[in-house]
Design a protein. Sequence first.
Length: 311
Amino acid sequence: MIMIAGEYDISNLVGNVTWSGDRDQMARKLAFDYIHTDQDYNIKGPDIPLGTRIMMYDDLGALKFDGVVLSLEKEESDVKIKLSCQDMAFYLKSEVYNTYKGTPAEITGAVCAEFGIATGMLADNGKTVEVVSTGEKSIYQIITSAYEEAGMDVHIHMDGLILCAEEYGARTAAVLTGDDQVISAAYKSSIENLVDQVLILSNKGKFIRKLQDEENITVYGMVQKIYKKSGGKKDADEEALKLIRGVENTGSITITARDFECITGRKVMVIKAGSSILGLFSVVSDNHTISNGEHKVTLGLDFKGVKDEEE
């Protein structure tokens, strides 16, 4: 691993590293400590002020993180400074005032162009949608709204300085097998967010129709939500169906990492004898820890949304 802070290579000064992502967070995060002291003239740790550009490369020289320092911490009695960074998606928090119409990729390209953000691979299904912001939506929210309106589940991420959007599970990161790589696994099945009946009402509150998941009602009982039509062009049945929630199966695994490829937005194949976590999963969160030469990763897994490789 190579760590660059501004114009300095600080790789030999860096201690513990945490690199993480999550489908619910806008930017990937990087936190690490490095040696910096005025008490020992043999140690020359550079000053790394807030806003410094941080770049992390793997051992083969491939860029894995490009971002900025957002906070720093130092204990007076310690010889280390801890830095917390986010990648360039941090700047997607800028708020927008505009109306956009087009496919998700077209809207993404348009809003990014306004802020001088380069775009790369952008998933698209060709569906035309409209997203309006009167100042209440950020760049990131404009993009996510466009994809949601088009019915696409995508992972928005930065590749260096380039914004990309790809469908969840579009790429396989790894095939994880055996106890030599899979250290531990945890599984959870829940109906805490169960919704199996939705009433559709007009914008004046008049009943129109009812949508049900009869199988779940029979097994788990009925939990109802109400969807009220607005004056927009959204399909009421389509929007109401988004509220239906059944059994949610999630899990996590901790592995010894061989590279930096297992990250949020990709999929992994898990093959571990005797485990309830077996098959192909979307990665919805990742937390890489690198310390004393050991690289471990905890992956949050989603059991839906990835088709079998043979289909």
